[in-house]
Design a protein around this ligand. Structure first.
Ligand code: EPU
Length: 342
């Protein structure tokens, strides 16, 4: 049986990952409808190929060519599915651009996602890594998602509990990695809306703008301004956002570390653990603004690695390992990469 006609061969991926890393996919298919996905799963060779589901490519490091079938999710659509006294429920196709979706909800007068403005990537990728910024994680606005089980072709729904959300983590990065293709996500935006302005950068930005009672739009604009100042625009300089998670250590480890480094930025967590600022650790190791070959550490945010031009996956991984080794030697802390490496 001939493969579905929308499958392409030897497709370059440099424009499909925000780090701008060169690599090829042996097979590539853009998925615009669930029916298209069904015809792909019915193709007899479907099972023979390794698969990878691609969203906006903003949390991805391509270590080399991908010898399998890359599926790019382009499923569109945005709608208000329900509104009652307690919440708005808004649904979007997994291929929708995240930031455009956030702007659209604000334009319609459905606040709640404003702290997550300007995060690169797609709606479908948002729950996979539980995107978070400026005091909000998407898990807190999540109702459920629709997915297709790539092993059986059947549709499945995941509610919030089934997603096992954690800090930059979900079931889709662990037990269920690679098994499902997310087709749509439904968000619950609670009423009455309350501004989340506790994050120091946001509070400071609003103060500078002399805004005392911010609207959701004011908060989005503040977040957009902060992100634009601190984080490189992938269209200008290849990057994958924060390259490492902020490490969480236990109270005893923190006591020992604080004895040697009392000035380290740290955030005590409700469960007694302590979250450290990975950017702070990297900066204190002297990496901020430094390069290793064609990759570097961004001068305004040490947690972001950037493509200085012509970088390959191996260059990125080499710099990441050098940074991990420095932080381990200086602080005895392990940094865990945040993007998915393929
Ligand atoms: N810091 C430094 N030097 C740096 C960067 C940070 O010392 O170069 C220290 C400072 O003490 C600063 C603290 O780290 O106050 C926190 O920095 P920032 O507010 O920039 O946040 P972050 O912890 O570095 C996290 C997320 C970002 C998110 C921001 C804002 C992770 C891995 N990263 O970064 O998310 O935008 O908070 O909420 O949790 C992403 O995931 O790709 C991402 C950009």
């Amino acid at each position: 049986m001939t493969p579905p006609d929308f499958i392409q061969r030897d497709i370059p991926l440099a424009d499909l990952n925000t780090f701008g890393l060169p690599a090829q996919a042996a097979l590539f298919a853009a998925i615009k409808t669930p029916a298209q996905l069904a015809s792909l799963i019915a193709w007899p060779e479907w099972r023979d190929w390794p698969r990878f589901v691609l969203g906006g490519g903003s949390n991805l490091i391509l270590a080399g060519d991908f010898p399998g079938l890359m599926l790019q999710v382009r499923i569109a659509g945005r709608e208000l599915v329900a509104e009652d006294a307690a919440a708005w429920r808004v649904r979007a196709g997994a291929g929708e651009n995240w930031h455009d979706f956030v702007q659209w909800t604000l334009d319609r007068g459905w606040p709640g996602l404003e702290n997550l403005a300007l995060i690169p990537g797609t709606v479908g990728a948002a729950p996979v890594q539980n995107i978070g910024a400026y005091g909000l994680e998407v898990a807190e606005r999540f109702a459920h998602l629709d997915a297709v089980d790539l092993a059986t072709g059947k549709g499945v729904t995941f509610d919030r509990a089934a997603c096992h959300f954690g800090y930059r983590d979900s079931v889709f990065k662990r037990e269920a990695a690679g098994r499902y293709l997310i087709t749509a996500v439904t968000f619950r935006l609670p009423k009455p809306w309350r501004p989340l302005t506790g994050y120091a950068d946001v509070a400071q930005e609003l103060e500078t703008r002399k805004i005392v009672h911010p609207t959701a739009r004011d908060i989005a604009n503040a977040v957009i301004a902060i992100r634009s100042r601190k984080l490189p625009d992938p269209a200008q300089m290849g990057n994958a956002g924060s390259f490492f998670k902020n490490p969480v250590i236990n109270a005893t480890a923190w006591t020992h570390l604080a004895a040697r480094h009392p000035d380290l930025p740290h955030y005590p967590q409700p469960d007694g653990t302590v979250k450290l600022a990975a950017g702070g650790l990297i900066e204190r190791c002297g990496w901020k603004g430094k390069n290793l070959g064609p990759v570097g550490v961004y001068e305004r945010q040490a947690l972001v690695l950037v493509n200085r031009g012509g970088a390959r996956g191996a260059d990125v991984l080499r710099l990441a390992q050098a940074i991990q080794a420095s932080v381990r030697a200086e602080f005895g802390v392990e940094l865990e990469p945040e993007p998915v490496v393929v």
